[in-house]
Design a protein around this ligand. Sequence first.
Ligand SMILES: [Cu+2]
Length: 227
Amino acid sequence: MERPGSVPLLRWLPENVSTYGQEIDRLFYLIYYITGTIFLLVAGTMAAFLILYRHRDGRRATYSHGNITLEIIWTVIPAIILIVLSLMSRATWGDIKAHQPPPDVRVRVTAKQFNWEILYPGPDGQFDTADDFQIDNELHVPVNKVIQVSIRSKDVIHSFFLPNLRLKQDAVPGREIAAWFAATKPGLYEIPCAELCGFGHSGMLGHLTVHTADEYDTWVKEQWPGS
Ligand SMILES: [Cu+2]
């Protein structure tokens, strides 16, 4: 969703409803603006040179053997930018990935060609017990709660992607990978597969429903009437 008064080319990510989305977006836009500016400078300079140094009668080409000072400058400056960006990315990555907060809700997501199997542990909170409940492509969570997702795959590599939550994690056969998010706004969001996984890849789409606390309680009661 577009913010009022924003220029689409400058801010085009989908609406952020993730608690850690701002940190990701800040980094994304910083890198985007730096590379965008440099792209425009390089393309502009190239276009200017094409015009300035086009063929003209009576003008001979001159040979240049390079300029060491210039080369040092345009190597050192990008190197510094790269190091600063790496350190910033590392700090953000560490904040989000290394410090998973204690989960309020746990689900297991198993990717397969071409569906997301969403497994809820049920009232006992344990997976692989009788009260487990599985639905394809439908993830229901409460708003403002920490959701822990254990991601698996049954066949090939898929990628569990919640664009609005700024979460993307590969699902790798033979591994169980933990990810987490907390949504700040109720609504319906998409769960596309972000890794080309076969002929049905483009149709591999689930939906995340973020409920208010009351709505979520109602949904839980519908799935587990006895609880
Ligand atoms: Cu897939």
